[in-house]
Design a protein around this ligand. Structure first.
Ligand SMILES: Nc1nc2c(ncn2[C@@H]2O[C@H](COP(=O)(O)OP(=O)(O)OP(=O)(O)O)[C@@H](O)[C@H]2O)c(=O)[nH]1
Length: 483
């Protein structure tokens, strides 16, 4: 994924700076130049990048920093903050309220990925316990209804549309009414994205919006246009009350960073990003956890959220008990990965763990990784000796090296969890509380040694946590917080 490359370049620049014996102006400039290059390649606006560089230099005035200050930590924190600033629309993202029926209307140009994204959005909410339904009000593009029907059937989501009716308002109103009667609590209306006559498109959007009175209008946009996203987002905002944005195809285009920052500049909150054609290649977008993951710092609360999504309710207390005892067996990894496999790409999940850059599981290799996991079913890593691994490799048609890599990954995870021993178990079903219960001691054990060193060891971590006010905020800094 292109974002992985951007994240990789930035974290490598920070890492190289950390490896330097002395951090002077030259080392800082080299690091900032690397970061600047990576951001410009991703089509982030030149002014934003230049301002970021100036701000970091202002914060990190090497001459003014008294001896004893941890320069690395200050620089890293400044980079983190500045990247968050670039992506922050200055507005909280809209959240739908459970317990009442919400109508969500999707708008966007033809080919932006709107129809696919409607289903991804419905599927995401279905997994969280919502009862979604899809309405196809695109009567302009032949085949639009068939596409929605096909996607909806695959995801087992009810749908409504017509091959005969040519009035999008009529279909939208009928569909919304029908699903309200059927007690669906999330009714999603897909609209036309015709691009020939822009004025006709905007007029149609306004009319469908008038007729259905949506609680939220989501604008879907293709990331490949980079910073030109600013003008497109503004044009849509001026025609209809856009409440949130979803950016698609972040997997295939080098300009993703530019699109994200340009949309933020229009003060529109981005709520999801599309990272592939499949239903589960869809990620919640939240600035701090996103930047944290981009820099390889993880997103523990996202990880907990994912576990909550994929682990059956009746298995959750047992899993939590084991994790809080610091027990992370190969069997647990296997079972949890089996659960995760049902839900989505492993790279997405791995990147939520501190120290696991999403680059570790490049997109093309993800399927390989999933296949590897499927082959491994053992509860005791000690019996995973060389001959066993060779047998597994032979039996699964894999290289011994791949089986060994999988075991190494297991050992890393097991080590992280073994250090979580003593973590207070949250009350039943409240997995996100697990991250809230972490204190500096836990954090220091979970963070990779290199990163802890950059923060300034245990002392640096404690003072950082004090500065930030609470563990919760600290988790936010490393990608956590309540989403
Ligand atoms: N790689 C990738 N492809 C995507 C993503 N989202 C959608 N697509 C693909 O983009 C193409 C266009 O998607 P559609 O959903 O048909 O686009 P649309 O905006 O609904 O088009 P109209 O209905 O004509 O307005 C399809 O081939 C999708 O599979 C994504 O996040 N990544």
């Amino acid at each position: 994924m292109v974002l992985q490359q951007l994240g990789g370049s930035i974290s490598r620049a920070l890492q190289q700076m950390s490896n330097a014996t002395i951090i002077d102006e030259k080392v800082l400039n080299e690091c900032l130049n690397e970061i600047t290059r990576a951001l410009l390649q991703s089509d982030v606006q030149f002014k934003l990048v230049r301002d970021m560089q100036t701000n970091i230099k202002k914060i990190v005035n090497l001459d003014d920093l008294a001896a004893g200050h941890n320069k690395r930590r200050i620089i890293q924190q400044a980079v983190f903050n500045e990247l968050c600033k670039i992506l922050d629309p200055g507005k909280p993202s809209f959240t739908l309220k459970k317990g009442k029926t919400s109508v969500v209307m999707f708008v966007g140009l033809q080919g932006s990925g709107k129809t696919t994204t409607c289903t991804k959005y419905a599927f995401h909410h279905q997994k969280k316990g919502w009862k979604p339904a899809l309405v196809c009000a695109d009567t302009f593009r032949a085949g639009a209804f068939d596409q929605l029907k096909q996607n909806a059937t695959k995801a087992k989501i009810p749908f409504y549309g017509s091959y005969m009716e040519s009035d999008p308002m009529k279909i939208a109103v009928e569909g919304v009414e029908r699903f309200k009667k059927e007690n669906c609590d999330l009714i999603i209306v897909d609209t036309s994205g015709r691009h020939k006559q822009e004025t006709a498109l905007f007029e149609e959007m306004r009319q469908v919006s008038e007729a259905t009175k949506p609680d939220l209008v989501i604008f879907v946009m293709d990331s490949s246009i980079g910073q030109a996203a600013f003008d497109q987002a503004q044009a849509f905002k001026q025609s209809v009350a856009v409440g949130a944005v979803i950016i698609t195809k972040m997997d295939g285009h080098a300009k993703g960073g530019g699109a994200l920052s340009a949309v933020a500049a229009t003060k529109s909150p981005i709520i999801f990003i599309g990272t592939g054609e499949h239903m589960d290649e869809f990620e919640v977008f939240d600035v701090k956890p996103f930047v944290s993951r981009l820099l390889g710092m993880g997103d523990l609360s996202g990880f907990m959220d994912k576990i909550q999504e994929v682990v059956p309710m009746d298995q959750q207390p047992e899993l939590l008990q084991k994790l809080s005892e610091g027990t992370f067996t190969l069997r647990i990894m296997y079972e949890q990965f089996q659960n995760i496999l049902k839900m989505g790409p492993i790279g997405q999940v791995f990147s939520m763990l501190p120290g696991f850059s999403s680059e570790l599981m490049p997109k093309g290799r993800e399927k390989d990784g999933q296949a590897k996991i499927k082959q491994l079913d053992s509860s005791n890593p000690k019996i995973m000796n060389e001959s066993r691994m060779m047998r597994i490799a032979r039996g699964s048609g894999r290289l011994v090296k791949e089986v060994m890599e999988m075991m190494e990954e297991y050992k890393r995870l097991a080590k992280i969890w073994s250090k979580m021993k003593g973590l207070k178990i949250p009350k039943k079903g409240d997995m996100s509380a697990l991250s809230r219960n972490m204190n500096a001691q836990h954090m220091s054990k979970v963070l990779p040694p290199q990163m802890l060193k950059q923060i300034g060891g245990m002392g640096g971590l404690q003072s950082l946590m004090k500065q930030m006010g609470s563990t919760k905020d600290m988790m936010g800094m490393f990608g956590g917080g309540d989403n």
